[in-house]
Design a protein around this ligand. Structure first.
Ligand SMILES: Cc1ncc(COP(=O)(O)O)c(C=O)c1O
Length: 474
């Protein structure tokens, strides 16, 4: 494709862009139980207007655009207060949970360079339920992730295993509030106490839970303490673009105090160009996400968030009860809020996800681990809450549909997994993709068979296969 020689009319361009979405899942109908966090229409419209109002302002230079600094400090203060921090707490708005986590790990690494200079190969200890963003941070920053297993019944981090994993090289302990996969809160108090005992930092990943859980507590529900009220918690990530219902591109990373946050900031006067002072990973960035986040916090206020949380919790309780009533399905662990996962001992849940997709629903397949079975994840948000009964009806019918389908050919699957494990090269992958009916560079419509193969592979091989597959796209 080339840039067109002459421009196209605006109306045709917008029509084409709308058309591109024709094959996307219909999130606006509230049938996508992941990826999208949609408030009511009036709130969503306000967020969009606020975003567009600041689309062009650049957060890179708050001396040129002081409004961007004002938006950022207001958002940071509101969330620091919500998370029971005092005026010492300092933080920044980032582009998302991954960037917030990346920065928290970088901060820990650079804090250790100053305060634990003998450590040459820093390590962080985390449960297998922690988000992949920590593995990405480890990969980018040269910090070794030491992964420990979780309680296979509750899915909470195993604090005894975490303690056993601490070495003289450990700099950081990680807790999730909750973890994404099964929606379970780790024993944050015990993990933070462990960090204090060993002179370590402790990051709480409250990317999904920080806002929702705080309001759930305000509604009177029992919520495991997870925020700055817990001694020993040194940093927290909390996403505005998840259960804060803001537009994508807005997360917050908070530190107990400025002496810690200092390690996050990068400055450079080393070039022929303008002075760079970047508290976050990105340099130029639109102030749109900040304006969207600032707007929704003011528009909903505490009362609005309490209402959203109450609606979502009622829908989640009904959904969990309905799933557990289907004899073939079982909810995993003890979900703390509005995200959970279920498994089956009798049917193939990867096939179930495809059957549901054919009926217009998106639920998210998750792989097995040595301690947990393959399962399907659902994030319940305001935008999908009205569809719970409809989903339960289709879920029951889909379970029966899967039972009527022939199972995958075990021999074929084993051959595929063995071939990839032996030789995870792009050539083997291309041959196997063709065997399962996939063209290189094409996105699959149905994923059960692919997930079946990936789930059977060791993580390192599956990761290599996925990297090669994506490398062929686009
Ligand atoms: C617990 C948790 N942490 C971090 C992230 C990463 O957030 P993002 O996708 O905004 O980078 C997610 C995403 O779902 C998450 O659930």
């Amino acid at each position: 494709m080339h840039i067109p020689a002459t421009g196209m009319p605006a109306a045709a361009i917008l029509a084409t862009l709308r058309n591109f979405k024709a094959h996307d899942m219909d999130w606006q109908a509230g049938r996508v139980f992941a990826y999208v966090y949609q408030p009511d229409e009036a709130t969503a419209a306000l967020v969009k207007d606020a975003y567009m109002l600041y689309l062009t302002e650049n957060c890179l230079d708050p001396t040129t655009f002081p409004s961007t600094a004002k938006l950022e400090s207001d958002i940071v203060r509101m969330l620091a207060n919500l998370l029971q921090g005092d005026e010492q707490v300092a933080g920044n708005v980032t582009s998302g949970g991954t960037e917030s986590i990346l920065l928290a790990v970088k901060t820990a690494r650079d804090w250790a360079r100053v305060h634990r200079p003998h450590i040459l190969q820093p390590e962080m200890v985390l449960s297998r339920t922690a988000h992949a963003a920590f593995h990405k941070a480890a990969h980018y920053l040269g910090v070794r992730p030491v992964v420990v297993d979780f309680d296979p019944v509750t899915f909470a981090a195993d604090v005894t295993a975490m303690e056993a994993a601490i070495t003289p090289n450990t700099i950081l302990l990680v807790a999730s509030a909750p973890c994404y996969s099964q929606g379970v809160i780790d024993p944050v108090e015990a993990i933070a106490a462990l960090a204090r005992t060993h002179g370590l930092l402790c990051h709480v990943d409250a990317c999904v839970g920080g806002i929702h859980l705080s309001f759930l507590r305000k509604l009177g529900a029992p919520v495991t303490p997870f925020d700055f009220s817990v001694p020993g918690v040194t940093s927290i990530s909390v996403d505005m673009h998840k259960y804060g219902y803001a537009a994508k591109g807005a997360s917050v990373v908070l530190y107990r105090d400025r002496s810690l946050r200092r390690h996050q900031i990068f400055a450079s006067t080393d070039t022929t160009a303008y002075t760079i002072i970047n508290p976050t990973a990105l340099s130029s960035r639109s102030a749109g996400p900040l304006a969207g986040a600032w707007a929704i916090l003011h528009y909903l206020g505490e009362a609005g968030y309490l209402e959203l949380v109450a609606t979502v919790q009622a829908a989640t309780a009904r959904l969990i009860e309905g799933v557990n009533r289907i004899a073939d399905l079982r909810v995993l662990g003890q979900p703390a809020m509005s995200m959970f996962a279920f498994t089956s001992e009798t049917i193939n849940v990867f096939m179930l996800a495809d059957v549901l997709r054919r009926r217009g629903w998106y639920v998210q397949p998750q792989f097995s681990t040595p301690r947990s079975p393959r399962n399907l994840h659902l994030s319940v948000t305001y935008g999908v809450a009205h569809n719970v009964e409809a989903l339960l009806t289709d879920l029951a019918a889909s379970v029966e549909e899967v039972k009527a389908q022939p199972p995958f050919d075990r021999d074929f699957l084993q051959t595929v997994a063995a071939a990839l494990a032996d030789d995870p090269s792009p050539a083997t992958l291309a041959a196997l993709m063709a065997a399962v009916g996939l063209q290189p560079g094409a996105l699959p419509k149905e994923t059960a068979l692919i997930n079946e193969v990936l789930d059977a592979l060791p993580d390192a091989v599956a990761n290599a296969v996925l990297i090669d597959f994506f490398n062929e796209l686009g």
